[in-house]
Design a protein around this ligand. Sequence first.
Ligand SMILES: N[C@@H](CCC(=O)N[C@@H](CS)C(=O)NCC(=O)O)C(=O)O
Length: 226
Amino acid sequence: MKLYIGNKNYSSWSMRSGVLLAAFGIPFEERRLRLDFSPGSAWHDVIAGVTPTKRVPVLVEDDGFAVWDTLAITEYLAERHPALPVWPRDARDRARARSLCAEMHAGFMALRSRCPMNIEAFFPDVGARLWAEDAALRADVARLDAAWREALAARGGPFLFGAFGAVDAYFAPVAVRLSRFGLPLSGAAAAYRDALLAHPAVQAWIADALREQDFVPEDEPYRTQR
Ligand SMILES: N[C@@H](CCC(=O)N[C@@H](CS)C(=O)NCC(=O)O)C(=O)O
């Protein structure tokens, strides 16, 4: 099985699938593509042959069968590995975990657009300015904080439904954004952010991202160079 991903430093969607596979020890080969969408780039040569969406992540079986989109990849992995607790075992917890993944998938647009993932860069001044100016960003963070606190209180942590699962992989890039932009969280939500950042699969992803030392201008609204 191969997982096609973008730059580890920038590609938050790639991170979700990559962290999930690593956290559960599911064997896979990684194929990293530079997020360079300019005409004639290697990205176009490769990605069009793999997925009609031309987006990463894409999971490709050895016979060429491709699954694209992080939600579909998550469900496929859960079905193929029923012994692994990718989703919580309790039906209501499972439904709630899926609700949170779907909410992440479709929402939090202010956080996603204003604070793009950039693992190697820290923007506390930008974060402070955005926090003061942008009510939609504050609303996104308030919703995250409340959702996390509710799940943590119900199941006691350290992850949203106890042990690390798909929903936590979904929020790993959010933990990176919140930390890099220095956005404020309540105590329980901040502890969860830190637990996410300390998880070995997340740490391994971050270490790889720091080794990339690449600069993709389209993903850099706040820097002109490394
Ligand atoms: N909903 C998709 C989003 C995937 C996505 O937008 N990936 C970005 C990289 S993080 C991408 O491939 N962008 C390519 C493009 O916009 O052409 C998923 O969950 O996989």
